[in-house]
Design a protein around this ligand. Sequence first.
Ligand SMILES: Cc1cc2nc3c(=O)[nH]c(=O)nc-3n(C[C@H](O)[C@H](O)[C@H](O)COP(=O)(O)OP(=O)(O)OC[C@H]3O[C@@H](n4cnc5c(N)ncnc54)[C@H](O)[C@@H]3O)c2cc1C
Length: 474
Amino acid sequence: MSKNFDVVVIGAGPGGYVAAIRAAQLGFSTACVDSWKTAKGTPAPGGTCTNIGCIPSKALLQSSEFFAHAGHGFAEHGIGVQGLQLDLARMLARKEKVVAQNNDGILYLFKKNKVSFFNATATLREASADGCRIAIGGAPEETLIARNLIIATGSDARALPLAPFDEKQILSNDGALSIPEVPKRLGIIGAGVIGLEMGSVWRRLGSEVTILEALPAFLGTVDGQMAREAQKQFTKQGLKIETGVSIKAVTKGAAVTVDYQDAGAAAKQLVVDKLIVSIGRVPNTEGLGAAAVGLALDERGFITVDDECRTNLPGVWAIGDVVRGPMLAHKAEEEGVAVAERIAGQHPHVNFNTIPWVIYTSPEIAWVGQSEEALKAAGRAYRAGSFPFAANGRARALGDTTGFAKVIADAATDEVLGVHIIGPSASELIAEAVMAMEFRASSEDIARICHAHPSLSESTKEAALAVDKRALNF
Ligand SMILES: Cc1cc2nc3c(=O)[nH]c(=O)nc-3n(C[C@H](O)[C@H](O)[C@H](O)COP(=O)(O)OP(=O)(O)OC[C@H]3O[C@@H](n4cnc5c(N)ncnc54)[C@H](O)[C@@H]3O)c2cc1C
């Protein structure tokens, strides 16, 4: 049996489901195929982000932060907590509930927008100028015929060849979000966004956490001043972080033993109860049938696309984690919307210079645009202004004064080139900077905008004033 659609989307992660909704809004008959199922076998659209990524990690970060605050953050507010207890099973169940609410929300949106949803694995059978034939299982096999195809099959956790995931002792992000008991000793290989977020969750719940990172510098791609502040804060919280290490062996027994060489080439050993491996992610084209239809992949397995997400096959597009660029949910979403609009003959644009990055640790770390180091390397003259949250009235009232906001502007034109925020609600504050950069604002523009008092956002204004050495409150 076959069904015809103007647009078929493979994958219902943030890239795919948003692309499908936008295509349907534009009047196309649209189908979305996604293979993810809950443990009970029901559909679980939302991809990595909803099921084992952004959403469950933020649910656990929130719960664990409340626990840490109740343990030692409330006393200075005059609030005493006695008999504080951790009910981890309930915390994990809440996380699952948040995930399920998001799964259901996407199913509702599909229905509302008349997107036909198939909870199955899609395999490409044929691609020609007339359209694509996609098998979605069943007996007899069901086929979708797509005039336009959008592939949004996402990514999977990269395994360490000498320590494959078993999700019991050696965990990917999937297992790391569902450890049934707080491990006494937790090892993490990889001090990237996921490693730091997972390390923060389990540290706050009581684990001794050691993070081993191969790169010589901590958060090497982040603005140096911000990375140094982050390392200082994480160390204060008890996260042990070693950079410049080389992993030699991982042995499983009652515990997991990691043999490694430290930055000074000394042989060392780390013995932990659980080991999280977070060393990056690989594009997912498994089961897609790319080779059968001649879909071009690059040497790292990403689907090859041009700047507008066109693959080498006519009418076939690819977006999100399965193509080049940052592996971020909002990048996948923007590409999904843009592709649907291109299919409709519109001319959208995704601006890679203004994609924000966030690490949801405490303090939160957020940035957009260029770092000081990148500008120096490019030989571009700039002026930078910083403002500490310690001088911000709202941060003092909150009792959270760590970190700073920094605005970097072109020395000649004053155009904002980068904004870096480490501190309370940095993930929300960065939106103003993204907006400013999208409109190519100057630091003077931000400095002249009236910001509510008392608010954390005044720190961004003050940092913009500091570019011209005229911060008012510092
Ligand atoms: C722990 C963790 C935390 C994260 N936190 C954040 C965050 O805070 N912010 C952020 O921006 N990003 C975060 N990310 C990254 C984010 O999850 C990804 O960038 C995002 O999910 C990519 O979206 P996507 O649509 O490209 O693919 P995915 O979300 O990976 O979705 C792909 C979907 O396609 C399905 N699929 C694959 N092949 C087939 C097939 N052949 N047939 C049918 N279906 C198929 C998969 O089952 C999946 O449902 C996090 C990731 C992890 C692991």
